[in-house]
Design a protein around this ligand. Structure first.
Ligand code: GLU
Length: 375
């Protein structure tokens, strides 16, 4: 058995597949969801931070609207998603309320995680919800996503969410208990693999075309999700959700495949930032701000003395001290125009100066990398 302990991972993204959540009647399987909510309540009490990525909107909506999924057109599925998403959220809201937990709906399209400006928006909102112990329930925004601009499956979406919030572990709950050397449905000699240290071509091949549930994902999409998440420093687990309390079972050492994280989420984020080639501008900082950054704090507008270059929110800027030395880089929360207006100002003045309610920081501490830490 691999050494993975759920208890050692504070921030968790749990992906729930349609086949678990939706009963044979095409509606939410309430009994199962209540068991999951019991587990979520338990993990929250143990100070875990949780996010759920849940499928099921299209399946439920198709039932409600009488749409045959196999013959449906894109707009049928989008309409189904719109009707189903409300029911899906309602079911989560009810199940979690029994434990005094508030749920919040987050609908994303790939732009929200791939485009840096929108990435900052989504990250900020999710961080705020997590800080208040609200559980974000995330799904793809299926009503506006079309084939060319979709994540396509919620495994990949869950991996992107894990990367976005710098999660410590991604748990993919489905109707299989992990990766096998071959498709266990077709090959009786297929062996279960408890741990994957590196996702090699051979591993990708094993995942092959195994279908796992009534949703869009198969084993291949799960392994691809694991690849995204592990590169982001997030361990990934494929475990069976087809039991009453799937997360308790996992915590108790139940069968699963663990994909080991490469490093930590913070290190992965910093490596990514350090490697971004197009630096669009420069923020010159006063000594106080340089000291605050070295102490692990965010950069506030008050510490910026000059803004150089032409950049947009979400672009990478270089952070330079009074002597002109580059201290590090980070994602700008403001465009160069707005940053210029905010130079040296206290965060309470932002709305007055810009005419809209902006973020209180110029560069968030999670979105910056310092080159030499000791000052
Ligand atoms: N977003 C889709 C839904 O809620 C599911 C996608 C998937 O199954 O991976 O129905």
């Amino acid at each position: 058995m691999s050494g993975f302990q759920l208890q050692d991972h504070r921030r968790l993204v749990i992906k729930v597949g349609s086949s678990l959540l939706i009963g044979d009647d095409g509606h939410v399987h309430r009994g199962w969801l209540e068991g999951l909510a019991d587990d979520i309540g338990m993990l929250c009490e143990q100070q875990h931070e949780l996010l759920i990525v849940s499928s099921g909107a299209i399946a439920i909506g198709s039932t409600i609207l009488g749409i045959n999924k196999r013959r449906a057109r894109l707009e049928d599925l989008q309409a189904a998603a719109a009707a189903g998403q409300v029911q899906l959220m309602h079911a989560y809201q009810e199940a979690l309320a029994r434990h005094g937990i508030t749920a919040a709906q987050i609908l994303l399209t790939p732009e929200d995680t791939e485009n840096r400006r929108r990435f900052l928006n989504a990250r900020g909102t999710l961080a705020r919800l997590i800080a208040q112990s609200v559980i974000p329930i995330v799904n793809e925004n299926d009503t506006v996503a079309t084939e060319e601009i979709r994540y396509g499956d919620n495994d990949r979406l869950a991996a992107r969410v894990a990367q976005l919030v710098m999660a410590d572990a991604l748990i993919l709950l489905s109707d299989v208990d992990g990766l096998y050397t071959a498709d266990p449905g077709k090959d009786a000699s297929a062996e279960h693999i408890p741990e994957v240290r590196t996702i090699t071509d051979a591993i990708l091949q094993m995942a092959g075309e195994t279908r796992t549930d009534i949703g869009s994902g198969g084993m291949a999409t799960k392994v691809q999700a694991a690849r995204i998440a592990t590169h982001a420093g997030c361990s990934t687990v494929i475990a069976s959700g087809g039991i009453d309390r799937p997360l308790s079972a996992l915590a108790a050492g139940g069968r699963r495949t663990v994909f080991r994280a490469e490093g930590t989420p913070a290190a992965a984020r910093k490596q990514w930032l350090a490697g971004v080639l197009e630096v669009r501008g420069e923020l010159r900082l006063d000594e106080g701000a340089a000291g605050a950054l070295a102490a692990g704090k965010s950069l506030l507008p008050v510490g910026v003395v000059e803004v150089i270059g032409n950049f947009r929110r979400g672009d990478v800027v270089s952070l330079v001290d009074a002597a002109g030395q580059e201290l590090g880089r980070g994602l700008a929360e403001y465009s160069s125009d707005d940053a210029g207006r905010l130079t040296g100002c206290h965060s309470e003045k932002i709305e007055e100066l810009l005419g809209y309610r902006g973020r209180s920081v110029m560069v968030h501490r999670d979105e910056l990398v310092l080159f030499g830490n000791e000052r």
